[in-house]
Design a protein around this ligand. Structure first.
Ligand code: MN
Length: 193
């Protein structure tokens, strides 16, 4: 059994802020390569039959990099939507509890993403009951490894936006923030019971 490329839940031409051309490379080539490399590294190892999450939380080096990038990308592609949605009451209440407002959250998230040096990811994570935090990670790193629960991520590797935005990461992040699939975000909330 090997990992396969997860299908996108929207047409590649539908996002608007990210072009079909970018998705052909980002989903069709970059993510495919992370998945293929993960499969190669897992074959014949003790990791055979384990989930991406299990591999990501117990491996290091090239296997960690490729498994985490596979996991991070599937999560990222699920975080975006062709539609401009709004957070549901539960998510909005959490955001208002942890930030001054939804706009304040967006400003802080954008500032964090723009200042994330080099290649990496900017996350909104749950760190406890009713506690949210914006976190930057570098390269393939994922907050689950540190015990946090990701509920949103933006990919700030240049391959995510360079064909459409060139060096304008701030514009990419601003547009990303208007294309969040807030239903997916809500589905990722963990209950601490
Ligand atoms: Mn990427």
């Amino acid at each position: 059994m090997s990992f396969t490329l997860p299908a996108l839940k929207y047409e590649k031409s539908a996002l608007g802020f990210i072009s079909e051309n970018t998705l052909n490379f980002h989903h069709g080539k970059h993510l495919q390569t992370y998945i293929d490399t993960t499969n190669k590294l897992v074959t014949g190892s003790n990791y055979e039959g384990k989930s991406l999450l299990e591999i990501m939380t117990t491996s290091s080096g090239p296997l960690f990099n490729n498994a985490a990038q596979s996991w991070n990308h599937e999560f990222y592609f699920n975080c975006i939507s062709p539609e401009t949605k709004a957070p549901n009451d539960k998510v909005l209440a959490l955001i208002n509890e942890n930030f001054e407002s939804l706009d304040d959250f967006k400003q802080k998230f954008a500032a964090s993403a723009v200042s994330n040096f080099g290649s990496g990811w900017t996350w909104l994570v749950q760190t406890g009951p009713n506690k949210l935090k914006i976190m930057n990670t570098s390269n393939a790193a994922n907050p689950i490894v540190d015990g946090f629960t990701p509920i949103l991520v933006v990919d700030v590797w240049e391959h995510a936006y360079y064909l459409d935005y060139q060096n304008r990461r701030a514009d990419y992040v601003k547009d990303f923030l208007e294309h969040i699939d807030w239903d997916f975000v809500a589905s990722q909330l963990r209950s601490y019971e």
